[in-house]
Design a protein around this ligand. Structure first.
Ligand code: DP6
Length: 365
């Protein structure tokens, strides 16, 4: 059995460091991300069945703080935002339980979490990616300090990517700025199923300032939890073909990013988004997540592109539409969004964001 990278924390711990501590805290801000090549379908061990490629967002972040005491009678993770019945608590406790298996120190703590998103719920922005990555960073920062392990921030971020995927797969891609690949692929030699890696060095600078406007077509919570969605790929008749397609699309998308080929990136991103929905619709049971206004927006985006405007769409597992465009054409594209696409949105809601800079440590005390 391979050794978990998280054992590094315990290995580096100063001997006898586990004395009682009161009120240690850590706080991180971590972003959400939007996938260009989609992760949909898993292997055992919370590993992705296909590689994926995402762009880290800038303004859509979770700000999370963790307060911890090392105690003789520890209670584990007891509340989120001072609420012992908070809806996020069970998923966070499940992840905390897994972390405890990896870092036994967590058996000795009582912890509370405070977390807030900069973006509203059900907008098509993945709060599990930002929230779980921020929570993981807080846990690892606190462990690093209590154990006096002296792990550098760079290594901590790598360990956080390894761990965060157990909270939510896409969260492991939120640990880095710019563009990130998760999942082993022959076209990215350093890639791995267990953690994500940044690929910005081979991305053209113009692609690193890509914008993303989220059209909030529906603010209703999406009707397909991603865990069920991933599971529905087991035995799906199209899934073996999907694996080859995702690997091919990753290679093509990386070429497009390197050569600033917007047209190619548009083709891949839209193919990925529509494939995701085709897989979801044709699963057993199948679900239609797009709304009529989703299709109207897709049609309008494609028409505008035919007319020479540089923009493309992608979709998550929901009805809302991410519109992506280069910062150099921001003025023209945002005018089009405001004039033509905004009226398709619920209450005219559009959230403007773009390619982001990754997590930020807010506090470690
Ligand atoms: C459609 O990361 O939410 O957004 O690992 O079960 O937490 P779990 O799934 P999750 O799945 C994200 C699926 C997606 C595509 C993507 O982000 O790649």
């Amino acid at each position: 059995m391979s050794v978990s990278p998280l054992s590094r924390l315990q290995d580096m711990a100063s001997p006898g460091r586990l004395s009682l501590h009161e009120n240690l805290s850590a706080a991180w801000q971590s972003p959400s991300n939007i996938a260009i090549v989609k992760y949909w379908g898993k292997k055992d061990g919370q590993l992705p069945a296909t590689p994926s490629l995402s762009m880290t967002l800038d303004l859509a972040v979770s700000k999370t703080s963790l307060l911890v005491s090392v105690e003789e009678t520890p209670k584990g993770l007891i509340s989120v935002n001072d609420d012992p019945n908070h809806p996020f608590l069970p998923k966070m406790q499940q992840f905390f339980h897994w972390m405890t298996g990896e870092i036994p120190l967590f058996n000795k703590i009582t912890a509370t979490v405070t977390t807030h998103n900069s973006f509203p719920h059900s907008t098509g922005i993945a709060s599990s990616a930002s929230g779980m990555s921020a929570f993981t960073l807080c846990l690892l920062s606190v462990a690093n300090r209590i154990l006096e392990a002296g792990i550098s921030t760079e290594e901590l971020i790598h360990l956080a990517s390894y761990a965060a995927r157990m909270g939510s797969g896409s969260a492991c891609r939120s640990l880095y700025k710019g563009f990130t690949v998760w999942g082993k692929s022959t076209c990215v030699p350093a890639s791995a199923d267990e953690y994500a890696i940044p690929v910005n060095e081979s991305v053209h600078p113009e692609m690193l300032s890509l914008r993303d406007a989220i059209l909030v077509i529906s603010g209703n919570p999406k009707s397909l939890p991603s865990t069920l969605g991933h599971r529905s790929m087991n035995g799906h008749p199209f899934f073996s073909g999907r694996i080859g397609q995702a690997n091919h699309n990753l290679e093509e998308a990386l070429h497009a990013l390197a050569s600033n080929d917007f047209e190619k990136l548009s083709f891949i991103a839209e193919c990925e988004a529509l494939t995701l929905h085709a897989l979801i619709m044709s699963a057993d049971p199948g679900t239609i997540l797009m709304k009529p206004a989703t299709l109207l927006a897709i049609d309008a985006i494609r028409n505008a592109r035919k007319g020479g405007l540089p923009l493309f769409f992608t979709l998550d597992a929901g009805a809302n539409v991410h519109v992506m465009y280069p910062a150099t054409s921001e003025f023209q594209v945002e005018k089009y969004i405001n004039d033509v696409l905004r009226p398709l949105c619920e209450d005219g809601r559009v959230i403007f964001d773009g390619c982001g800079r990754g997590p930020v440590c807010i506090e470690a005390r």
